[in-house]
Design a protein around this ligand. Structure first.
Ligand SMILES: Nc1ncnc2c1ncn2[C@@H]1O[C@H](COP(=O)(O)OP(=O)(O)OP(=O)(O)O)[C@@H](O)[C@H]1O
Length: 262
């Protein structure tokens, strides 16, 4: 679904991504960990084609198509969608209008979609205007539900969210990634993966989202480089125990998993 080859990205004079190689297959959910300022958000913003993120080398392919130079609306049209860490407030744009725009001509019922994420009260307010942290995240999910993308980028879906809202946000994210099918506990991981038709890339610091989505693989982004590939929970436990300092060792042996390093 997504293939990134030797991607180098700069913001102004600063190189923030230094040769990223990554493939995410159809139906696969990939988790991205990394310390503050390591380039995680920059990677997602570059994948969506936002201004200010200059690709100086490398290519991005989506569904087999080279999208490195494609504008953001073209990437969205091809099926990419993103939930932002800190989405902007847009005065004069009611949420209901944006939901219809996200649907790109498909018939959607904003009221019934909003009901699913307990966001009916925001439909007639300007987008994110005075919304709390949890309300912003619910509104982001609402836009994704209307857009119905094949590949979803989540930038810290749990940031600013209380535990009660986390259940709603986590299960909605899982449902979105599952193409509308909520994963059941009695389903094997293999069966859940087979049923999923959408792919995802999720940035998380806390790992709370792993209680809800079935994630397949994870890596750490450290100082603009990807390293430490392993199972998401293995990496999370390792970070909790040792912090990110051992990522430097992984970077020196990029093909090695954390399990093998220990
Ligand atoms: N507009 C900008 N101008 C200058 N530097 C920037 C800009 N945006 C990001 N950076 C820098 O790029 C680096 C990577 O930032 P990025 O937001 O991608 O990190 P991150 O891994 O997502 O961090 P966090 O976990 O704190 O969200 C940081 O050093 C940041 O200060």
């Amino acid at each position: 679904m997504l293939r990134i080859s030797d991607l180098h990205v700069s913001i102004g004079d600063k190189e923030v991504l230094k040769g990223i190689n990554l493939e995410i297959a159809e139906g696969e959910t990939f988790i991205l960990f990394g310390p503050n300022g390591s380039g995680k958000t920059s990677l997602l913003m570059t994948l969506m084609g936002f201004d200010g993120y200059t690709v100086t080398k490398g290519r991005i392919y989506f569904k087999g198509q080279d999208i490195t130079e494609a504008p953001t609306y073209e990437r969205a049209r091809l099926g990419m969608g993103m939930s932002f860490q800190r989405p902007p407030t847009i005065h004069g744009l009611p949420t209901r209008t944006l939901i219809k725009l996200c649907a790109r001509g498909r018939e959607v019922n904003p009221d019934s979609l909003a009901k699913q994420v307990n966001a009916e009260q925001f439909l007639d307010r300007d987008i994110n205007d005075g919304f709390s942290g949890g309300e912003i995240k619910r509104c982001e999910l609402l836009q994704l539900m209307a857009q119905d993308p094949d590949f979803i980028l989540f930038d810290e879906p749990e940031s600013g969210v209380d535990l009660e809202n986390m259940v709603l946000i986590g299960s909605t994210a899982a449902k979105l990634l599952g193409g509308g099918i909520e994963p059941r506990v009695d389903m094997s991981i293999k069966e859940q993966k087979r049923r999923r038709r959408r792919s995802g890339l999720i940035i998380t610091h806390t790992g709370y989202i792993l209680d809800y989505v079935t994630a397949d693989r994870a890596q750490v982004l450290y100082n603009g480089n990807l390293c430490c590939e392993d199972r998401p929970r293995t990496i999370l436990e390792h970070i909790r125990k040792y912090g990110y300092k051992e990522c430097v060792r992984c970077l020196q042996k990029p093909e090695t998993t954390l399990t093998e390093l220990r």
